[in-house]
Ligand binder design. Structure first.
Ligand code: FE
Length: 216
């Protein structure tokens, strides 16, 4: 290849050049977010503790409480359970839980024979209107890969030890389909109000990495 040909090729393919600005961007969006957070903190425009509090609120308080109400109602109201089985998107919409990242919801029920667990192997799809924003472990490469490959070991790490005869079914979320696990109702809760039942329903129990709390 002579010099003239090399120059011509460079001119025709500017995007392949190594000093093109695009190649200087960090590959991971998380790095860019971290850089922004650092700059804003150094300039005194944000308080990292306040950011953590906001994330904590959406991750653990507001978000999952919506899903817990759905589960408690499914445990208490047979007509609602039927509606949830028939069309979960519509059933939860009638409770006021709708919006972005909540389209095409499917409720998957745990039984004595089958435990359900949700993952997004591609990215981090998650039913936001019911569970809030996904926890960092849900988005991690390790969870996304291992939930499919060795679900029982992952469950054990979350403290969930299932009998050998219980099948584990993994549901892979997508942009089109989100899953809500309906954990099994703990025994000893007969006659409980929906509000009291909802307090037994953790976020993890609705992703399938936990179980409903057993009352004391
Ligand atoms: Fe995803």
């Amino acid at each position: 290849m002579d010099n003239r040909e090399a120059t011509l090729q460079d001119a025709q393919m500017p995007h392949d050049s190594h000093d093109h600005p695009h190649s200087l961007l960090p590959p991971d969006p998380a790095l860019r977010v971290k850089a922004l957070e650092t700059i804003l903190t150094e300039k005194g425009l944000i308080d990292p503790a306040a950011l953590d509090a906001i994330i904590e609120t959406y991750e653990n308080r507001i978000g999952p409480r919506n899903g817990a109400q759905v589960v408690a109602r499914a445990w208490s109201d047979p007509a609602f359970l039927q509606a949830l089985r028939a069309d979960a998107t519509q059933a939860v919409e009638e409770m006021g839980f709708a919006g972005r990242q909540g389209e095409h919801l499917v409720a998957v029920e745990n039984t004595p024979e089958r435990h359900n667990m949700v993952v997004c192997t591609l990215c981090s799809c998650y039913p936001w209107p019911l569970l809030g924003i996904p926890p960092s472990w849900y988005k991690s490469d390790a969870y996304r890969a291992r939930a499919v490959r060795e679900p029982r070991r992952v469950l054990a790490e979350f403290g969930v030890l299932l009998p050998e005869d219980v099948a584990v079914r993994i549901w892979d979320s997508t942009a089109e389909m989100r899953y809500l696990v309906i954990p099994m109702r703990p025994s000893g809760t007969e006659g409980w109000s929906e509000a009291a039942l909802a307090d037994l329903v953790s976020r993890d129990s609705m992703v399938g990495t936990g179980l409903a709390k057993v009352p004391e």
